[in-house]
Design a protein around this ligand. Structure first.
Ligand code: TXA
Ligand code: MG
Length: 328
C-alpha cells in the first residue's frame, strides 16, 4: 500500500472517502497525530489495531467535531463531567464517561466506559466535520514507539501500512491529552497532560491522580511500555552528573546525546545536545520531536529530569516511561 501525505481540501476529501470505506487515516491534533477510523464500524476499528500492531485490549479514544456529538455516545454526563467539558473542550483533554450501546466493543475493548475527545486543531475539526462520524483514534505510531508530532514521524512508523496522512504541521501542545475519568463519584486523572491536576482541581474542587500499581487496569494503556525510543534513555536532575556520564560514554566510543533545557545548554559546552527550550510549554512541545531526532543519531540519550511542577510533571510522565525508569 502506498502512503500519501496530503494537506488542504484534497486531503479532506480523500480522507472522508477513505473513512466511509472503512479505511484508516492519520490526522493532526494539537496534542499528537492520531490514526482514525469510523468508531461505529468494528471492522474499520480493527484496522487501527492492525496498522499499529497494538494489543486489542487497549481501548481507543473517540474524537468528535462538536459537543452535540458527545451525547449519543454516552449514557450519562455528570455535573462534574459537564464542568470539565464546558471549561476545557475543545482542547487537550479526554473524558471517560459511561458508554452508550452504540459504541462498539472494538473501540472500548469491552469496557463499560468510553473516552471522548474534542480536539481544537482546525484541521482535526475540519476532518471530523467532513467525515460526519465519531472517529476512534489512538496516537499514530507503531505500538510502544514514540508518539508522532509531525506528519513525517507518522510516515516513518506507518508508511506502507496506511493509505493517507493529513499534514497539519507540527503539533502545538506536543504530548497526548490529559485523561480524566468522570464515570464514577470521584474524578481521577488517568494520564497527565497539558491540562494539569491543578487546573482540574480548580474547576472541580478536588481531583485524584491515579498512582501506584495497576490492580484493576482502569486505563489499560498503563500496562504497556510506551513512548520508547530505539536506544537506551536515562534521566537526571543533575547537570554535572549528566556531563560526567556523557564524557564517560564518549571515552567508551559511544555516541551519547543530551536532551535538556536552554538553561543547561549554557553549561554543557560543545557536547552534543538538543535544546528543548527555556520554559515548560516549549519543552512539552519539543520533547517527542527531540526523542525522534535523537534516536536516529545517538546510541544513548541523556535527558534532563524537569521535576513534577505543572506540565513538567506531564512531560516527565512520558520521559520516565521512555527511560523505563532508568536514571543516572
Ligand atoms: O491526545 C491524545 O489523546 C491522542 C490524540 C490522537 O487524540 N490520542 C491518544 O490515544 O493518545 P492513545 O490510544 O495513544 O492513548 C489513549 C489512552 C490509552 O492509554 C487507553 O488505555 C486510554 O486512553 N483509554 C481509552 N479509553 C479508555 C477508557 N474507556 N477507560 C480508561 N482508559 C481509556
Ligand atoms: Mg499512544
Amino acid at each position: 500500500m502506498q502512503t500519501q501525505i496530503l494537506s488542504g481540501e484534497q486531503a479532506l476529501t480523500l480522507a472522508a472517502e477513505l473513512i466511509r470505506e472503512g479505511q484508516v487515516v492519520a490526522f493532526p491534533t494539537e496534542t499528537v497525530y492520531g490514526l482514525g477510523a469510523d468508531a461505529t464500524n468494528p471492522q474499520a476499528v480493527a484496522r487501527i489495531y492492525e496498522a499499529k500492531g497494538r494489543p486489542s485490549d487497549n481501548p481507543l479514544i473517540v474524537h468528535v467535531a462538536d459537543k452535540q456529538s458527545i451525547r449519543p455516545l454516552v449514557r450519562q454526563i455528570s455535573e462534574q463531567a459537564q464542568i470539565v467539558m464546558d471549561r476545557f473542550m475543545p482542547g487537550p483533554i479526554t473524558v471517560i464517561l459511561p458508554r452508550a450501546a452504540c459504541v462498539p466493543d472494538a473501540v472500548t475493548a469491552g469496557l463499560d466506559t468510553v473516552g471522548i475527545r474534542m480536539p481544537e486543531h482546525p484541521v482535526a475539526r475540519d476532518f471530523l466535520r467532513t467525515c460526519g462520524k465519531p472517529i476512534a483514534a489512538p496516537s499514530a505510531n507503531r505500538s510502544s514507539h514514540i508518539s508522532p508530532t509531525t506528519a513525517q514521524h507518522v510516515y516513518e512508523d506507518l508508511q506502507g501500512r496506511i493509505p493517507l496522512i493529513i499534514d497539519g504541521g507540527a503539533c502545538s501542545v506536543g504530548i497526548e491529552s490529559t485523561i480524566v475519568d468522570l464515570s464514577g463519584e470521584t474524578p481521577i486523572i488517568l494520564r497527565p497532560g497539558a491540562i494539569t491536576e491543578q487546573m482540574l482541581a480548580d474547576a472541580l474542587g478536588t481531583v485524584q491522580t491515579f498512582r501506584g500499581k495497576v490492580v484493576v487496569a482502569r486505563a489499560p494503556g498503563m500496562k504497556y511500555k510506551h513512548y520508547s525510543p530505539k536506544c537506551p534513555m536515562l534521566s537526571t536532575t543533575d547537570c554535572a552528573r549528566a556531563i560526567d556520564a556523557y564524557d564517560r560514554l564518549v571515552e567508551q566510543d559511544k555516541h551519547p546525546l543530551m536532551l535538556c533545557s536552554s538553561q543547561w545548554v549554557e553549561r554543557i559546552g560543545t557536547r552534543r545536545h538538543i535544546d528543548l527550550g527555556p520554559d515548560p510549554q516549549t519543552v512539552m512541545r519539543n520533547i517527542y520531536g527531540a526523542m525522534h531526532a535523537a534516536e536516529g543519531i545517538a546510541d544513548t540519550i541523556l535527558c534532563q529530569d524537569f521535576g513534577d511542577e505543572g506540565v513538567y510533571g506531564s512531560v516527565m510522565n512520558r520521559v520516565r516511561k521512555a527511560c523505563g525508569g532508568n536514571t543516572l
